[in-house]
Design a protein. Sequence first.
Length: 67
Amino acid sequence: MNDSKKSDAKATLTVKLVKSIAGTRESHRATVRGLGLRKTGSTSTLEDTPSVRGMINKVSYLVQVLV
């Protein structure tokens, strides 16, 4: 009776670094690295959790969330 495969799947977010981290605060650079982003244009797929959303919100001027 465990046919709920879709409910077992975790929701994900894809984040893309659209601006350079040069000249930004060190804490913002660390947040971008924590999201798994390195160079401008790089993308990372992350689990949709409150902590990840908070990190995205902190550096929202540097990243874009893709659908």
